[in-house]
Design a binder for this molecule. Sequence first.
Ligand code: TRP
Length: 467
Amino acid sequence: MSEQQVWKRKSTFIFAAAGSAIGLGNLWKFPYMVGENGGGAFVLIYLFCVLLVGLPIMMSESIVGKYSKGNAIDAIGITALRSNASQWWKGTAVIGMISMFFILSFYSVVAGWAFDYTYHFAAGNFAEKSVDEIGAFFGGLLADPQRLIMWHTIFMILTALIISRGAKAGIEKSLGIMIPVLFVLLLSIVVYSMAATGKFSQTVDYMFSADFSKITPIVVINALGQAFFSLSLGMCVIMTYAAYMRPDVSITESSAYITLLDTGMALLAGLAIFPIVFANDMSVGSGPGLLFVTLSTAFAQLGTVGTVLGVAFFFLVILAAVSSSISMVEPFVKWCEERLKVNRTAATFIYCAVVWAMGLVTVFSFNLWKEVDVMGTGKTPFDLIDFVTSSVILPLGGLLIALYVGWGLSPKISREQLFKLNGFFFALWLLIVRFIAPILILIVFISSILGEEKMTEVVNSIVAFFN
Ligand code: TRP
């Protein structure tokens, strides 16, 4: 790998990985997960999962990527060779890339909703609208394939343009700007909603004082799954970005910063949204509609200020989604470039075109194919893609990475890569990667397949057994 392919600044790896991590998972999903899973109790367990499973696995992916400097498949291949481990571990990266393809196909469509909202807020179309009217607006958006396809297309082209400029120019330059802008915008919305609603203490109380009676097995499982999705783990995305890391940058420190930034951004999203929800007597548990219906209604009622806030907020959602979507294109493009020796721009546009076409399945799942029930699962094609990728393949990828780095990879390599960790913390990290993380992930994995009700039953019978 040429000198040119190493990121210039020390901070770039942190920005790039944080850009991947911070996305719809933080701004859209985290607040409604908090609302649906008992507030402070969920936040507490989420933080615990991030620290105990997320951070160690992020370090694991970074070790493999930084050591071998190549695309994720070869990164595992090279480290496995040097560790006398099986080449089959490469399958981990292959699985990651396949699921990334499917996740990106619907991620782009959802990001398109944010485009539509930004546009309509800017046009003043939301002013003075009621909850019902905005609910109907959301329904109208989903029912209109042409509108969805238009935004989906714009989003994919934007992603492709950034990636085709190369990891160095494209990612390094864009993210150095995007993350700080994102942070400042979100922070101003937090300050505004705290100041304007006077719900500061209620919000802080809601998010940070845990009612332990609300901690159920399902809350724990949801928190772990959310930690995984939010930190972009399990698909060799972090591994790919770590390949561009400068040799003198510490994996431990970078991973800690990325985790901190991602978690901070999720908490800020909560702090921005909940005061508005409380001030308007809205329900915290309204699910995925929290961002697109509830929050928009609150903005709509604020007159001109609301228009500005609405545009700013949904623009922020787009920025966050773009910096995540580019991380789902880079791993495959890097592999094409290195292995198939194809031109970066060509690889990017062909790949994005295929993802775009796949995205149409998601688009039609909300309208033309709304009634389609795939193989009697009761799910639309989109529901099925979302379920299989997010709930099955993602945890599986994370499990494989933990097992590979814990058991396949030579500890000599990880010891050398984690040069900043002292003996005790290295041993602790190894213990987590070998045992604790795989066991926890396995629980999530099984639970996502069994479904919530079944899992509660299983957990209750285990608890009953020990009593
Ligand atoms: N973490 C991103 C978010 O919170 C989504 C994402 C980007 C992702 N790349 C990923 C999730 C890789 C899992 C794996 O929105």
